[in-house]
Design a binder for this molecule. Structure first.
Ligand code: GLY
Length: 355
């Protein structure tokens, strides 16, 4: 059975399709929004081995003319050099505004292919086909595209909504367990920001896969529809990410995004209990669910190290910072605060005494 989640934002209305086996029918589902055209399939060297041919066969059967461009897997590929390589590939292949880019892969591929599509000819059509849990529940939906600069992550980017997102949960069968766990961190994030039922489904995530993906996409849809450009409510999606990004940076990006966010969420939850703004139950539920997903809940980095990295992050604005504060199980709120108060949340979040 296929589920359809429609996203309506100012720049575009598009469907996110979720269903087992959709990869082999991606051509017909893309055709509805693009018509037959040239299809630039952007993927990475790992995903290519498993899924590029299957996607291209489906595209050809539907009347598309596919051409493939492959980047090395990993965050290091999300850079301006690869961005230009992809755009020059689109130019050499003589794609026009009537053609389409297909992003087949995880967050790295989705972000860089999305940015390429938004820049080439000032914007050509983009179809997202995410292949990791993280990109299915988060990065493929909502239109954020970017590459990293030496000065920081995601500093060169745009808001560019896809024309369609095609999610086939079956492709997760080839995703290594640690990458699946990374995606679980983002799923748990949705549970804590607004849907506590997710904690129950996370007892056995593979048994609830389609339900979890659809629920997370709907939550993201609702938030993005109200705040496409990330000026307010969308910042809720950063729960655990402020301290998480700091930890990721301290580790020299050796710690994965999902693991760092998992630790960041626990620090925020513990800090909130100790600051008297949240319940001990919310910390317990969150910590237990994160541990069950095989994710870490603590770090050896000090408050000073993490906070220095946090302050160099782009989410700081002037003399204040907005933190996502959990206040009970399945609920968070945004609070803009002085830098010193944010640091107190971190210091208290790291202090595991009296637990
Ligand atoms: N990944 C957070 C956002 O899309 O806003």
């Amino acid at each position: 059975m296929m589920q359809t989640v429609t996203v309506r934002v100012e720049s575009r209305t598009y469907d996110v399709l979720i269903g087992r086996g959709l990869l082999d029918r991606a051509g017909e589902w893309a055709l509805e929004v693009t018509g037959p055209c040239r299809a630039a399939v952007i993927t990475d060297d790992i995903v290519e081995q498993f899924y590029a041919k299957r996607l291209e066969d489906s595209l050809r059967s539907a009347g598309f003319e596919p051409a493939r461009f492959v980047i090395p897997h990993g965050e290091a590929s999300k850079d301006p050099e690869n961005l230009i390589r992809i755009i020059r590939f689109l130019a050499k292949e003589k794609l026009t505004r009537g053609d389409a880019v297909f992003a087949l892969g995880g967050g790295v591929v989705g972000d860089i292919a999305g940015l390429s599509a938004s820049l080439f000819l000032r914007g050509i059509r983009l179809i997202q086909i995410p292949t990791t849990l993280l990109s299915m529940v988060d990065s493929s939906v909502g239109g954020k595209t970017a590459v990293d600069l030496p000065e920081g992550k995601n500093l060169l980017g745009s808001f560019y909504q896809p024309f369609r997102v095609i999610i086939d949960p079956d492709v997760l069968s080839t995703l290594p367990e640690e990458f699946f766990a990374d995606g679980c961190a983002e799923v748990i994030k949705y549970g804590q920001i607004c849907r506590k039922e997710i904690f129950r489904w996370m007892e056995d995530p593979r048994a609830h896969l389609e339900q979890l993906i659809a629920e997370c996409v709907k939550i993201k849809r609702d938030i993005v529809e109200r705040d496409e450009k990330d000026t307010g409510e969308r910042q809720l999606l950063n729960f655990g990410h402020t301290f998480g990004h700091g930890i990721e940076k301290c580790s020299g990006f050796r710690l994965s995004h999902g693991k760092a966010v998992a630790i960041g969420m626990v620090l925020m939850a513990r800090g909130s209990v100790k600051m008297g703004t949240s319940t001990p139950e919310s910390l317990q539920v969150l910590t237990r669910t994160i541990q069950k997903a095989g994710l870490p809940t603590s770090t050896d980095f000090t408050a000073e190290e993490i906070f220095e990295a946090v302050l160099s992050d782009k989410k700081r604005s002037g003399g204040s910072i907005t933190l996502v504060i959990p206040d009970e199980v399945g609920h968070c709120r945004l609070e803009k605060m002085e830098i010193s108060k944010a640091e107190e949340y971190l210091i208290r979040g790291l202090d595991q005494a009296q637990e």
